[in-house]
Design a binder for this molecule. Structure first.
Ligand SMILES: [Zn+2]
Length: 271
């Protein structure tokens, strides 16, 4: 019998399950995710060359497994050197005839972590991100946004362009003021392995106190290992542990946290 994804099941809103690091044992990784109560996984793309293989992989897994995979198409700022101007044209074309599994635009955003970034690099990142924001409104899709040392610049662009479908700020670790501004612009905030570290007191405080209807869970697997798993490849099953920590931080049951965070994802992605 087909699983009803709206029953209580966890939703990993950000996982790079298509990365080669999962090639050897992807099926087992999915089995473990299912066993841990994960019903849906969103796998955002990062590069143009990745789009078709990712869509093929998603179709294959959705046809052969009870997990449901959805995706986002976009150009990640981290891989700026690999993006060409015509990739935005190709993205627009893809979105015009997208399969149902494509539920968002991303992964996009701004990454100013590397302090050595020259002005030209920053300018190109801003142009690329702005184009994604415009495409999101044009295609009526939410955005999956990556921000490192760049939340104020991201917010400036979002305030100016007012994307109509909101989206998710993935791996959020900004300030309370930035969080509230994102929420007011219609965005949800993604929390992952970061909140499992006691030293991450600022982010844990936000996860504990922001409105529950603005929070989604994620692993960012294979990156962002949880506390106790440092140095290991992360995987979607661990979103269960993230949910447990969030439940503990908020004094709620795991069931309540699962229901709320998954329904937030259904809302953003219109599932
Ligand atoms: Zn990512």
């Amino acid at each position: 019998m087909q699983q009803d994804y709206r029953e209580v099941a966890l939703f990993d809103s950000h996982c790079h399950l298509n990365f080669p690091v999962f090639d050897q044992d992807r099926e087992q990784v999915i089995e473990r995710a299912l066993a841990a109560g994960i019903g849906t996984i969103c796998v955002p793309a990062t590069r143009c060359a990745e789009w078709q293989p990712l869509l093929d992989l998603i179709e294959h897994i959705n046809n052969t497994s009870t997990v449901r995979l959805v995706t986002a198409l976009g150009l990640h700022p981290y891989f700026l050197a690999e993006h060409h101007n015509n990739h935005l044209v190709l993205l627009d074309e893809r979105l015009q005839k997208k399969p149902d599994s494509v539920v968002a635009i991303g992964e996009t955003g701004l990454d100013f972590y590397d302090q050595k970034h020259c002005e030209a690099n920053i300018k190109k990142q801003i142009e690329l991100f702005t184009a994604h924001v415009q495409l999101a409104s044009q295609h009526q899709l939410p955005l999956i946004i990556h921000g490192r040392k760049s939340h104020d610049q991201i917010l400036k662009i979002l305030r100016h362009h007012q994307p109509t479908q909101g989206g998710i700020i993935h791996a959020f670790s900004g300030s309370e003021q930035q969080a509230n501004t994102y929420i007011n612009l219609g965005f949800k905030l993604g929390f992952g392995g970061g909140i499992t570290y006691p030293r991450a007191s600022k982010t844990r405080h936000l996860a504990a106190t922001l409105p529950l209807d603005s929070i989604v869970l994620e692993t960012d697997a294979p990156d962002m290992p949880l506390n106790g798993f440092q140095g290991e490849r992360n995987e979607p099953a661990r979103v269960q542990k993230v949910a447990e920590v969030l439940a503990e931080l908020r004094g709620l049951s795991l069931k309540k946290v699962t229901e709320a965070t998954s329904s937030n994802c259904y809302e953003v992605f219109k599932l």
